[in-house]
Design a protein around this ligand. Sequence first.
Ligand code: SF4
Length: 588
Amino acid sequence: MNSLKELLDKVEKPGRYIGGETNIVRKGFSENLVSVVMAYPDVYEVGMSYLGLKILYHLLNEMDNVVCERVFAPWPDMERQLIAAGQRLFTLESKKDVNKFEIIGFSLSYELTYTNVLNMLHLSGITLRSADRGEEEPLVIAGGACCFNPEPMSEFIDVFFIGDSEETLPAFINEYQRIKRSSAGRKKMLRGLSRLPGVYVPSLYSAEYRGADFARLRPMDDDVPSKIDKGVIPDLDRAYYPVKQIVPLIRTVHDRVVAEIMRGCPNTCRFCQAGVINRPVRLRSPENIRNICRETYRNTGYEQIALLSLSSINYPYLTELIRGLNRDFNGKGVGISIPSLRVDEAFYELPEMMSAIRKSGLTFAPESASSAVRRSIGKDIDLRVLLRSAELAYRHGWNRLKLYFMAGFPSEAEGEAENISALARDLSGLRKKLKKRPAEIKVSVNAFVPKPHTPFQWLGMRGKEPLSRLKHDLLSRSSGKIRMEFNDINRSLLESCLSRGDRRLARVIHTAWRKGAKMDSWADFFDFSIWEDSFREHGFELEGLATRTYSLADALPWSHIRTGLHDGHLKKELLDSGFYPVERKDPG
Ligand code: SF4
């Protein structure tokens, strides 16, 4: 390799590539160790905040027969330096080229990182298309929420992991090593691996189309499973959890101890994919969580502990847990945060318990300011509970709230912008009544994006024009202590296409990457016109795909992946919501 120092001297943040963090694992390489790279298709600061990567990195390194290192998407300044120096992408731990590893595992948690996967493979000198990869090239695997519709990335990924990987990944590595020792070639290897639970090998299936529409996916052989059930770890207390989490040398999105307290969510919001794919709800015991927090604190020195889950307010032992943590960390200046809160009466007990420790902002997700819409989306919360929760929080010293909303549901009430703004004003003004100064309220609005496996998977997104009008209306209501944000509508349209797409979108992704698309989740780099052109080049119209409402009889490209929820249940939920157009209540 060119002198690392030479490369790093020329980039803005060398800490992204340098490694050397506290708790990094360096095992070295040997014939008996399967070498794996955990690859995160976004920049270091984002990837290092991702819980799945923390868990799997340490889990794999604790296996006797594995060495696992990390690589992140290089920022464009580093990419330029790598290309100029004729240097391949390398890992943080050993600085070894990524293409020298046996397995590269990508985390796919956001569709707008897909082009980064292609870019990272390219910068590593690895053949992009799975079908063209040589015998000596690494196996490219992927896990994460996006794999619940793996089809758009199926040309580039050899093996997908569906669902929890804490058990399926070690079993996969062991089977990989066993097959490798039998000197089987790549094809035989993939076929052998496809028999493992929670594993999907897309090259063993062929897609059929009826006219312009996807018709079905067919296994190429009888011994290839026609349906893939997601991996589920039954007991969180017995599952592996890392307590020597890496402490980055540079500031990341979340610098804190992360303790996952519950997996799954007891609520059933009809738009929510995370709720479906992470079923069933599994709890970690308060004692176990406190051990994790104490040990991780000792090993890292972080001053912030995040109690993570999809809806921590629904963790049944939350008050007992926080009381215990207050005792454990008394006088140590450690803050406890609960990232995003469902509006729930269970909150009433929290502010008092949390007043002893440092306060970070509170985030609530009412999703809509209209009670009819909230009922339809399955988030039937009472805004009086939100106001009462805010009041209690203000009394105990909080002065900032963040609110999440989703806009663009099919039957959104007129005046949603005014309703959201009125709610924000009420919440801000409430503090003025109590403490003389209004609260700062940050309102963050996302467009509704239909997601596979949810009751709303058949619905189309709202079009660009109506969403833009709503965005304009909302942003014009920012004033004083109230700040409105509306996420990029074009990015949401693209996310909608990629999350519900079939195999043909692999060509679109490839074309977009070739035309220069990368770092699409970053506003500075996202170029919507590249994507519009790329879709058009392959005979698709981007906005038309994003806003398409499927018939209940249509074949869905992700139906071979099973979450455990049946189609009939999802259809009933959709019809009960009242959002499905009456004229389309076709046989399902
Ligand atoms: S409460 Fe949150 S995580 Fe749970 S189902 Fe609703 S949106 Fe999803």
